[in-house]
Design a binder for this molecule. Sequence first.
Ligand code: ZN
Ligand code: FE
Ligand code: FE
Ligand code: ZN
Length: 267
Amino acid sequence: MPADYHTHTPLCHHARGTPQDYIEAALGAGLTEYGVSCHAPLKPEPFDDWHMLTSDLPTYFEWVDTARTHAAGRVPVRLGLECDWLPGCQGWIEELAESAEWDYLIGSIHYLGKWNFDNPRLLESWTRIGVEEAWTRYWKEYSAMARSGLFDFLGHPDLIKKFAHRPEGDLRHFYEPAVEAIAEAGCAIELSTAGWHKPCQEQYPAREFLTLACTAGIPLLINSDAHAPEEVARDFDRATALAVEIGYRETLLFEKRRASRISLGEK
Ligand code: ZN
Ligand code: FE
Ligand code: FE
Ligand code: ZN
């Protein structure tokens, strides 16, 4: 099984489970490595109730240490963060990057301006903004996030489809500029299995995006975005089969922000 590098902790207020529970799930799935990447603090604080606070970081490190102790000699545990790409966030992310020995930083987009578009409580904004406009803005920001060079890989590439809002027709004209930006930046992406359990009923990103990314030589990780122990490595067989079908043969491991390649079928 590949590593699962996109997983959460209760510090973001919308995930549950102990470090021990998550490690047991990782061991049960036979993962190569396990990585913790909870929602990073956002400035200005308090931003909302969906992230840890800067003052929670010591507790976060303790949580990961507990996981490491429990996993010792059985599965490596990596220290990551899922960072939000927001206008003007670069300085803050650079500061965060310096603040600990991260194994990797994930860049994700969950906000367009102030709108948290993946929050099921804020769905009425979809009618105000419109699908075409939301998609246009989202993909423009996704390219900017890739070009920032701040992240080791990018999270759930087409999260904007979460509630099944998709423009009509061929969507590749949205994907192509983003794929180009990601490839030029030498960044990697994740195939997130979480989408199979959301109204969009599809992995993130769509097959067409994966095909373009594979052709462009963009490395791929397979992640669950687990917010509960039973979600760790969920649907990894299905995701691996899809990645192989599209043409992927390798995936990445990260240690202290250095990537290494391993075969997708390994272990
Ligand atoms: Zn979350
Ligand atoms: Fe996310
Ligand atoms: Fe996440
Ligand atoms: Zn996520």
